[in-house]
Unconditional design. Structure first.
Length: 185
């Protein structure tokens, strides 16, 4: 009887794992633009686009990646791509400034024009719903600033890339190109 029960349980678990979550679940969250007032629902605003979600910080060794992220965004935005930045102070307090200070730093120092959203927590119990979902979907929480999650046009997670993977890394660029080439749903 135990074997039969175990087999049924495993079969049920396999069926449940094989059924994908609704694509909108991952992005059905709202965040204010950096230093803004009105929240934006990511699923509604970015539906059908390929997204690179990045937790950022202004005082980190990886901070110069802002420049490459902006270049990616500019080069690919007309093809349905967007970088979404989420400042976070979770790693050794490397983004301690106010949202206004972060916005000024990003704009004046790196010419950032890609969408930046309110300062959030990306790890642990305080992680925002988006980062909880990204962590659950990938099995990997950000280990540091500038961790990247690539989301397809269907709203599903495609891949995650650690902080050391720069915006011009061939693997990252190839993954983005494949996602952009995928048919729209």
């Amino acid at each position: 009887m135990f074997k039969r029960f175990s087999a049924r349980l495993l079969l049920a678990a396999g069926v449940l794992l094989a059924v994908p979550a609704f694509a909108t679940d991952l992005l059905d969250v709202s965040y204010r633009p950096l230093a803004g007032k009105e929240p934006v629902n990511l699923e509604q605003r970015y539906r059908g686009q390929v997204l690179l979600v990045v937790n950022t910080a202004s005082k980190c060794g990886f901070t110069p990646q802002y420049e490459g992220l902006e270049k990616l965004n500019q080069d690919l935005k007309n093809r349905g791509f967007a970088v979404l930045g989420f400042p976070s102070n979770d790693f050794k307090g490397q983004d301690p400034g106010s949202e206004q200070e972060i916005q000024e730093f990003c704009t004046l120092t790196y010419g950032v024009k890609f969408p930046m959203f309110e300062k959030v927590h990306v790890i642990g119990a305080q992680a925002t719903p988006l980062y909880q979902r990204l962590t659950a979907a990938s099995g990997v929480a950000p280990a540091w600033n500038f961790h990247k999650y690539l989301i397809g046009r269907d709203g599903r997670l495609i891949a995650q890339f650690p902080s050391r993977v720069t915006p011009d890394d061939p693997q990252l660029k190839a993954a983005i190109e494949r996602a952009l080439a995928a048919p729209r749903s």
